[in-house]
Design a protein around this ligand. Structure first.
Ligand code: CO
Length: 141
């Protein structure tokens, strides 16, 4: 269901833009042309992915997402779409409140309840049919 515009999810700044990749090291190397440095790397067990964060001083981070198993949703994404934009992520101060707004207004969610994200964050995804791209909401640790 498309939101009706009467209520909106209160989001903070853009936290990161995420790219699905087959090989984190190879991809991280390519982003050096933008002055990006790899600052954090972590396996997120629940999502069956390894993620790496690339930082460029003064701007939004880039997250590289690589499946750790063939049954990862990101493996299926790579199979159908190739290495490309996977999601954009906005910070929220209170993810439970954000999801409550979504539920009340019929905004279609992937996650009705938050799950564990990288760096101890709590995250939830909004279905890509809502905006045209997968959107992550992130309450930082
Ligand atoms: Co992300």
């Amino acid at each position: 269901m498309i939101p009706n515009g009467l209520a909106t999810i209160p989001v903070g700044p853009l936290d990161h833009v995420a790219i699905a990749v087959h090989d984190i090291d190879a991809a991280a190397g390519r982003y050096q042309v933008l002055g990006a440095t790899l600052t954090h790397r972590e396996i997120v067990v629940g999502q069956r992915v390894e993620v790496a964060f690339l930082e460029v001083p003064g701007t939004t981070a880039i997250e590289l997402v690589c499946p750790t198993s063939e049954d990862s949703p990101v493996a299926r994404f790579l199979h159908s779409r190739g290495e490309s934009l996977h999601h954009i992520c906005f910070r929220v101060a209170d993810i439970d409140a954000a999801l409550a707004v979504a539920a009340e207004t019929g905004i279609r969610l992937i996650d009705a309840v938050p799950r564990d994200g990288a760096k101890g964050s709590r995250i939830a995804f909004i279905h890509p049919e809502v905006t045209g791209v997968l959107v992550e909401l992130k309450q930082p640790a």
